[in-house]
Design a binder for this molecule. Sequence first.
Ligand code: B12
Ligand code: SF4
Length: 667
Amino acid sequence: MASKMTEWSSKRGPITKIMPSDGCKGNTVPLVVGRWYDFLEFGCYLGNVGLVLSPGAYESGKRRRSRGMGNISARRKFLLVLIKPSHYDDDGYVIQWWKAWIPSNSLAALYGLTLDLIERKAFGDEIEIVLDAYDEMNVLIPFRKLLRLFRNNDNFGLVCLTGVQSNQFPRAMEIARQFREAGVPVAVGGFHVSGCLSMLDELPPDLKQAQEMGVSFFAGEAEERLEDFLRDAIAGRLKPIYNYLNDLPGLEGQVVPFLPERLLRRYDGVMSSFDAGRGCPFQCSFCTIINVQGRKSRYRSADDIERIIRANAAQGTTKYFITDDNFARNKNWEALFDRMIKLREEEGIAIRFLIQVDALCHKIPRFVEKAARAGCRQAFIGLENIDPENLLAAKKKQNRITEYRRMFQDWRAAGITTYAGYIIGFPGDTPESLARHMEIIKRELPLDILEFTILTPLPGSEDHKVLHERGVPMDADMNRYDLEHPTTDHPLMSRETLQELYRRIWDLYYTDEHVETLMRRAMGFGIKPVRVWQNVVEAYGMMRFEVLHPQQGGFFRRKARTQRRPGYPIESPVIFYPKRVWQTLATYIPWGLYAWKLNRLRKRIQKDETARTYRDFATMPVEDAEHEALEMFEFNDAAKSMVAKARAEAAARAAHKARTAPASAAE
Ligand code: B12
Ligand code: SF4
């Protein structure tokens, strides 16, 4: 195979990375995609065109042959196209960006696993795997080009719809339809398929439709499985379902996730991602992870992580989103942090990362301190709610309101900003109660960024299974399972009220006054307020100006006129393009002005000497967590009884300590 060799490493130690040499390279589209006037679309093709114009990014077969790359006709090419689908916005347009913020680790996992198979020549000398990958969040899928490549190759290949979440399933099926109609084999994997197969007794209607279309399902994890699966695809005997949910692989020594730089540069700041472990011991009822990836901690080794870091550093990437849902419960966390500390402190690799953790992680000795030394810049914490009744309803027993203040302060003291998730739409929530939650949080909790989602019965969760078994009506449109839309009835609010509340709650938290407080609190702890500025402008700005959740965000929205959801009309270019220009200006000018206003505020605070010693109620040191006088503790009967229990436990611990102290002193 004509291939470019570079340093890489796999399960079997240092190996050679094989960059697929075919012209069918990711992130490129032929210049003629739709009609000529579609090029007028504001920003839509901007990123693609840039890449098309970059040298060698899109080559004709003739030119490739002239460079000696066509001398492989003796071998049969198997086209393997990995596509991470996006999902539709409320207007039926695919959510896409010039640059997405967060790279797809699912794509990286499958990409890395396939590279390893290519390098090992797993399918013999006769088969050449031609690998191509697209994240639809930041690139338009070049359907015509791909269909042509498949046609010219007698449809010998496979489209893998990768890491498909429930909200992405309708879009994934529209992509599948276009390939299936041309006779191209298609398979789909990810949380929707795995979640449904793990929790439901029979296939839901959307999976049945997919099967009727001839799409194969892959449930479970691809490590140690991809080879057999692809062997079936190459032999043309893909089965309807591959279900490995009851046989999850260990992660130690597995091939590591990897995306080449040409794909990474389509993301914000060339960030990479990997999962250092899978599985979480807790049992939150809205969670899908425990039912798909299990509750046992499976983790990569420190050597694995070092390989990932070195491979990325070799292509200039040192910034990561570590996607473990709960890094604090990764049983190997300390060895992993220690290795990162070593790479940072002894070799000067400037590792920086974001992790997701639970609200009890600060109690793990050395965890926060080592996270900071290892390069953690931001911790995402599943705060979920401050009402213990709600937490209990979601079986989120590990979240203790008496610990919240100390936990946020510990992260802050380590110089790490916090990003917390807050769920609304629990049975007891009302517009009034949630408005009160916001006031309490702003005054009493020293957290930085707060993001909101609507409690959603995600397929794969216990909540979904219970509602399904009870026959409770749930929205049939999976596109709405993006945590931004009510998908089932609420006992106290209409769906419209809940939807409106979801929009409004962001404004309740991100008042100008509170953003100023956040910047002052950061200054008071020696954290540069520019970090708060950037997070607020991105997270709140995405919601306020694009009306999209920041987790679906990116830089500069692109809309493809012709890639609209079936059932929605394709707008005339005369209407579509002027409207797009107007929408773009109406979004980005106010957003820019908001960023400018906050930046002036930031500069003012930075010049203010008193800000360096700023303290307020939220940032006052916690002396005796259980006995603080917080409104959060008096919020309702559930809060009072939780605090009473925490006080009793603290008293018992103190008594035990007093009893054992003299004995240990005497030893
Ligand atoms: C990182 C992450 C994100 C990132 C990055 C997403 C991205 N660009 O890919 C961000 C923060 C952007 C994000 C956003 C959202 N996310 Co998210 N996210 C995750 C998280 C934590 C890790 C994903 C991951 O990388 N997993 C590891 C990979 C390797 O596992 P995997 O995807 O399952 O893939 C493996 C197998 O399934 C298999 N496989 C996958 N596809 C295929 C295909 C084929 C053909 C084959 C053979 C094999 C195969 O091979 C892989 C390797 O073993 C997961 C939870 C989790 N533990 O997975 C949630 C999760 C996927 N997200 C979820 C949700 C709901 C969201 C949001 C809607 C949240 C929001 N508030 O807006 C948005 C939607 C964004 C969008 N529409 O694009 C849910 C989905 C649940 C569901 N039933 O669909 C999850 C499960 C978390 C949860 N709350 O339960 N997310
Ligand atoms: S702590 Fe997070 S990952 Fe663990 S069960 Fe709860 S929601 Fe799921």
